[in-house]
Design a protein around this ligand. Structure first.
Ligand code: KG4
Ligand code: ZN
Length: 328
């Protein structure tokens, strides 16, 4: 089955073609324009998607199957995300569906992130998935036809914490890769003891990144002079290790309470090499990651999720009223 995937939920415009689980094309345009604003500006994101989506679609068709006639299914992200940005992708996909009479399915962006791990690995449900992105940080038990949420952040998402801490330290948006790079420069043996980004007063495996971010903020504000390069690397290292500790502790709790299953670590934050390395060590390699290109927002993961749903008989017409935050 050949699936055309379309992703426009935030600041990446992406169109991809998956052919029986194999990625034939996965074009991603990252809207760098937001960097100067220190975060994604929703109205600008929508306009950039409008400029790019048709061009990318033509490109993936021309460089692979040659014609829309060869496409069996269109899969488009319809939730959660920026409302205007989602509308661009959904409207474009709807237009193709009507004009070309190709079946259309709406895909949950988070389901897409989880499906990304099944593109390059033979991992199949049941498994646990830690989804860590700019908007969400949750742990799910993934079954063949359902997801149960076992833990989630009660405030900021992990990626958001990386971005906010990065902003404090003067890095451009998105700051995750800059923090990772700076943290690698730290060679000292006296890291700062920031609080672990974990909710300890409740049962379960919830996260709280807001306290960690505030601790970093106080630490930076209390130093009278601007941080030296070495001190900045120390802050990045210490912050990142607090995130590592929270991920490890909550995943340990999940394995302890819900039985032993393989783990998947997905979403933009899963591009982070230190986090990948720490989870592999801790969970004896029974942990799977998509390659970095498939961790960050991309349409191949949406096509893959759409294909798996469609093959299971699910018919889910995209929501024409996009939802910016999921409450269900
Ligand atoms: O999944 P994603 O591409 O978009 C959303 O759905 O939000 O995730 C983007 C997030 C950003 O917050 C970005 O800073 C973070 O992923 N990120 C990273 C790294 N690369 C991207 N965080 C930590 N380390 C990285 N190397
Ligand atoms: Zn995402």
């Amino acid at each position: 089955m050949r699936v055309l995937g379309i992703e426009t939920s935030c600041d990446e415009t992406s169109v991809a073609i998956i052919d029986n689980g194999r990625v034939r094309a996965n074009e991603v345009f990252t809207q760098d324009i937001h960097a100067v604003y220190g975060g994604v500006v929703p109205e600008i994101a929508s306009r950039e998607h409008i400029k790019k989506v048709a061009i990318l679609c033509k490109k993936v068709i021309d460089t692979t199957v040659g014609s829309l006639d060869a496409i069996d299914l269109i899969a488009v992200t319809d939730r959660p995300g920026l409302a205007g940005a989602l509308l661009v992708g959904v409207s474009f996909a709807y237009g193709l569906h009507v004009a070309e009479n190709i079946p259309l399915i709406g895909v949950n962006h988070l389901e897409g992130h989880i499906a990304a791990v099944t593109i390059e690995h033979s991992l199949r449900p049941p498994f646990f998935a830690l989804v860590a992105s700019g908007g969400h940080t949750s742990i799910y038990r993934v079954a063949e036809d359902s997801y149960s949420i076992l833990g989630q952040t009660i405030d900021d998402a992990a990626g958001e914490a990386f971005d906010k801490v990065g902003k404090l330290l003067g890095f451009p948006y998105p700051a995750g890769p800059y923090i990772e790079r700076e943290a690698r420069r730290y060679t000292g043996s006296d890291p700062i003891e920031f609080p672990v980004a974990q909710v300890t007063q409740y049962d379960g495996a919830n996260f709280s990144f807001s306290g960690l971010k505030t601790s970093v903020k106080y630490y930076v504000q209390k130093s009278s002079a601007p941080l030296s390069e070495d001190e900045r690397a120390r802050v990045c290292y210490s912050f990142q290790e607090a995130v590592v500790a929270a991920f490890v502790q909550n995943l340990r709790t999940i394995l302890h309470e819900h039985g032993s299953l393989p783990l998947a670590f997905v979403g933009g934050v899963a591009c982070n090499g230190r986090l990948r390395e720490a989870l592999s060590e801790e969970f004896s390699n029974d942990v799977f990651f998509p390659s970095p290109k498939l961790c960050a927002d991309n349409a191949a993961m949406i096509a893959q999720a759409g294909a798996r749903l469609y093959q299971r008989g699910v018919r889910r017409f995209p929501r024409m009223e996009p939802t910016s935050r999921l409450t269900e």
